[in-house]
Every structure is written in C-alpha cells, then in structure tokens.
Design a protein. Structure first.
Length: 420
C-alpha cells in the first residue's frame, strides 16, 4: 500500500480536519502544528518540527494554513510537498468572500478549535482582561463563531470568551462542506499525480521490453500526459496505427461497465452490432484475441475494465504472432491513461462543485441590518423591505403563508386547529 499523504494543518482547524479525513486513512494522515498567526512566517522545516506526532522522513505533505505559510514555496516538479496558503485559516471553512464580508462588518471570527484554547492564546499574546478588552473593542464589534459542529462545548466557550472581552457574540452555522470539497480536490490531484507517475514507470518498462522507435516513445509520453477522454482515445489510436498499420480501429470506452463513448479510425458511426460484439468479448476472460487480420484487446486498470479495442485489416497479418507483447504492453499504458482521463474529468467536476459551494455560501449567509421594532430589513440601496420581500428579491426562495397555532388562538379564538 502506498504511503499516505500527510495533511499538515494549524491547530485552529485541527478538529475540523480530523473530522473530514475520517475513513480516509489509506489516503490521508493528519498532523497539526502549533499556530503562530501573529509572528513571522515559518519555514517548512520549522513547521514539520512543530508537528505532533512527528512526520516520517521523505513523506509527501500537503501544508494548509494562513499567513504563517507566506514564506513557503508552493511546490514544484521535484518536490512531493504542496502548500495551500490562504489569507487566513477561516477561508478553508467559509470561503474567502464571506470571510472578507464579515471582517468588513467588524466581526472577529473564531473556530471551535481556537475557542478550545482561547485562554492560552490570550496569555500567549501577553493580554490580561483589561488589555484584551482594549485590543478587541478597538478593532471589532462582535465575536462570530464559525460553527462546524465538531465540538459541543464551543457555544459555552464562545460566551465565556465574549464575556471576558466585553463584546456580543453570534453563532454562524457553517458545517464542513467547503472543507470536504477542498480535500476531495486535493485527493483527486494526488491520485492523478500518482497515476501519472505509475504511467511513466510502466512506459519505461514497456519500452525496454519492446525497443520501439523514437516516434512511438513520443506517442507513449503523450498518452501518459493526456487529460481528456477524447484526447486519450485519439492518441491511443494514433499509436496503434504506427505499431500495427491497421486499416480500421474501433475503440469502445466503458463507464461503470456500460458503453460510454465510441471512437473509430477512419471516422465512421459505430454500429450497435459492433458495440455488442465488443461488449461480448469484454465479458470473456481473455485479454487478447487474434483474428486472421487483427486482434481484439481488453484494456484494464487495477482489474477494472476501461475499454475494448478492435484492430483489423493490419498491413502484415503474417506477423501477428510477434505483436502479442507489444499489444499487451501498449494496452497496460492505455488503461492507466484512460483511468487518468476519468480522474481528470472527476477533478474538473469537483472544481465546479467547489466554486458553486463557495458561491452559495456567499449568497445565503451574512449579517443583515434589521429594524428592532418592525423587523424590516435594509437592502444595499437603503430601502427597508419586509422579510418576505427581501428574501424573494435576494434569493430564489418562494414563500407561502400559513398560520401557527399561537397566532390562530390570538386572532381566531373560535377556530380549533388541534385536530389538524
């Protein structure tokens, strides 16, 4: 089993990160380092030295945090470490736009992890109660807890901290959706990178065994680096054309065992009968089957059937027996490349989901000015709207009206709603 990737995070978001990576022990291991938000940025070696428990030597790391990471390189082709530096750690939970909006409104954000040690933080900053009140009351007007539901005691600690510094407090229910999407993107990037490394290793092995031409080596490299499914299919068929000089190639890719896309060379519509014939061969236990003028091959990756290819009308059918090793080695690399294409597609989808999630957080949360008497809400133009009018203008919500039992008793005492 490959070594897991180590996620190094600040203790401010330690509890959230631990909850998110639950059940992913084969991919991630979390290690927290002591926060140093108000001091000079740290080097990577200094961060690793502050981690508990220690990190194994030569382990691959993803370092995530705020300004304390500003001096760290973001990673390069020769490094197994990657750094994700946010303006502050809260962006990993709420998204940058919402964090900025709350800060502009004078809110000071805290997490359950920070509140768990709020007294230690103030002591570390050299504050007693008087200086803490002076510091916070000069810069903010409210303490807001980004509630991720990881610590049942966080609300009590919020009130204790807010009372200590003499400021009002508020709870903003956030959850862990944004962090989960971020970690999913990191996981897919890691898998994509690992698959590409395996592809290059298999490519090198195949080339040592088959001793093909420089043009074939170039195509193999392109196949390993391909991103989309269509690009992978075209490059694979081009490689087959050079290796075997066929008159026709038919390639059927699969998704969850079902036909996905069909590719042909030269271009033609892949008839249903051909799809059915390829699927019938795919259901057998043979990886390679020769015919009089070509062969069919099952393309697999880690035991999963990715595609079926048919190569026919080869220029020199009398040499088909010599093509076995070359065909099988090419099929192995094509299997990894097709798996890469699937991972790439999922990664793009995850990026879109993350963008949508951040947009939704920005749209559906925030601090609103509400009249203390009539409960109307002031919009950005300074107009006061009813709650219903404001929600219908600012969101896609459509409201309907009913009447609760308490109001029914007050306004319609003769109507009995208890039976409904």
């Amino acid at each position: 089993m490959p070594e897991p990737i180590y996620v190094l995070c600040s203790e401010t978001v330690k509890m959230e990160m631990a909850r998110v990576i639950e059940g992913k022990g084969d991919v991630f291991a979390m290690v927290a380092f002591t926060s140093r938000c108000t001091r000079p940025a740290m080097t990577l070696s200094a961060i690793k030295a502050r981690c508990k428990p220690p990190i194994p030597e030569n382990a691959s790391c993803v370092v995530v945090g705020g300004p304390c990471l500003n001096l760290l390189p973001r990673g390069d082709a020769d490094s197994t470490d990657r750094v994700h530096c946010f303006a502050n750690c809260f962006e990993l939970i709420l998204g940058g736009s919402l964090v900025q909006g709350l800060a502009e409104r004078g809110a000071h954000l805290v997490t359950p992890g920070w509140l768990a040690r709020w007294e230690e933080h103030l002591a570390g900053w050299g504050f007693d109660q008087a200086t803490a009140r002076l510091f916070f009351q000069e810069s903010v007007n409210k303490i807001v807890l980004a509630d991720t539901y990881v610590d049942p005691g966080s609300h009590a600690r919020l009130h204790a901290f807010a009372d200590y510094i003499g400021l009002p407090s508020e709870v903003l229910p956030i959850g862990l959706d944004v962090m989960k999407l971020w970690l999913k993107q990191v996981e897919q990037e890691w898998r994509f990178s690992r698959e590409r490394e395996d592809t290059l290793k298999q490519f090198a092995t195949a080339m040592r065994e088959s001793a093909d031409s420089a043009m074939i080596m170039d195509l193999m490299g392109r196949l390993a680096a391909t991103g989309t499914m269509a690009e992978t299919a075209r490059t694979f068929m081009e490689l087959l054309s050079i290796l075997f000089a066929p008159g026709r190639i038919r390639l059927l890719t699969l998704r969850e065992g079902q036909p996905a896309e069909g590719y042909t060379q030269p271009f033609e519509t892949m008839e249903e009968e051909y799809c059915a014939a390829l699927l019938d061969f795919g259901s057998t236990s043979q990886d390679l089957e020769f015919a009089t003028d070509g062969f069919r091959m099952r393309i697999k990756h880690q035991g999963k059937l990715m595609a079926i290819v048919e190569v026919s009308e080869v220029l020199f059918p009398e040499y088909l027996g010599r093509y076995k090793d070359t065909a099988l080695n090419t099929g192995k690399i094509a299997g990894v490349a097709l798996a890469n294409a699937v991972t790439y597609r999922e990664l793009q989808h995850t990026v879109e989901e993350l963008s949508d999630a951040l947009a939704n957080v920005k749209t559906l949360t925030g601090l609103l000015p509400v009249c203390a008497y009539c409960k109307r809400i002031r919009d950005d133009q300074g107009y006061w709207d009813t709650l219903e009018a404001y929600l219908e203008k600012q969101t896609d919500i459509q409201l309907s009206h009913g009447i609760c039992k308490e109001c029914a008793k007050e306004h319609f005492p003769r109507v009995n709603l208890d039976d409904e």
